[in-house]
Design a protein around this ligand. Structure first.
Ligand SMILES: CC(C)(COP(=O)(O)OP(=O)(O)OC[C@H]1O[C@@H](n2cnc3c(N)ncnc32)[C@H](O)[C@@H]1OP(=O)(O)O)[C@@H](O)C(=O)NCCC(=O)NCCS
Length: 195
């Protein structure tokens, strides 16, 4: 039951469990956990928002929001990347990802961010507050992101002049966490979301 889960800010003692959950969710021992650690190491002014979901006191889900930029014409705009979002495989399809996503968007809203970007399934995120970013005036940071997967949530602080290129922080590049390196997967995603 979803109600058996608690969502709260990550504490330092959660770090090993977060590493395990993200490694299991993404099926990579190092890449995504490495990204999480690099994002945590940001200077205090750019500290990420990191939330965990617990079940019986155990961390079973995790989501992170971190500082990135939008290269808009008048000036650079501080925006957020929502990544990674991971739920322990044994707890998937119980609404937990949806709850973590809603909690992350609420935190972004509270913090006054105008825009939250991510890469992910348009079917999943499109039903949860996101829309195709390329159709809202945003340019993707990489040709390796399938256009339908480049997603944005426009929050209350968003203003129509905020268009331009989404720029990831260096941690995403350093950990090779931008876009897809599998052309067949890229083509499948594009083909399954025509128009
Ligand atoms: C994506 C993820 C966070 C969703 O968490 P969850 O707790 O299982 O999600 P919810 O229970 O809120 O929603 C489940 C629904 O989302 C769908 N869904 C889950 N992952 C999906 C995906 N990658 N693409 C499309 N739909 C997906 C399920 O089919 C399910 O649909 P249904 O309710 O119609 O059966 C989780 O599956 C996960 O950790 N996956 C591995 C890591 C990952 O891909 N993260 C996202 C990267 S952008």
């Amino acid at each position: 039951m979803t109600s058996a889960y608690t969502i709260r800010p990550e504490q330092p003692e959660d770090h090993p469990a977060v590493r395990r959950v993200q490694a299991l969710a993404f099926g990579h021992a190092e890449r995504v956990p490495g990204l999480v650690e690099a994002l945590r190491a940001a200077p205090a002014a750019l500290a990420p928002i990191s939330l965990v979901a617990t079940h019986g006191g155990e961390v079973v889900g995790h989501v992170m929001l971190s500082a990135c930029r939008l290269d808009a014409e008048p000036r650079l705009v501080d925006v957020l990347s929502l990544s990674p979002l991971g739920v322990h495989p044994g707890h998937q399809r119980r609404g937990l990802g949806t709850r973590l996503l809603a909690a992350a968007l609420a935190a972004a809203e509270t913090g006054g961010a105008p825009l939250v970007f991510l890469e992910g399934s348009p079917a999943y995120y499109g039903a949860r507050g996101f829309e195709r970013a390329d159709r809202c005036g945003f340019r993707s940071p990489s040709l390796r992101i399938p256009p339908p997967a480049f997603q944005v949530a426009r929050l209350t602080a968003y203003e129509p002049w905020m268009t331009g290129t989404f720029v990831y922080s260096d941690a995403f590049w350093a950990h090779d966490c931008v876009g897809l390196r599998d052309p067949e997967r890229f083509a499948r995603i594009v083909a399954s979301h025509p128009g």
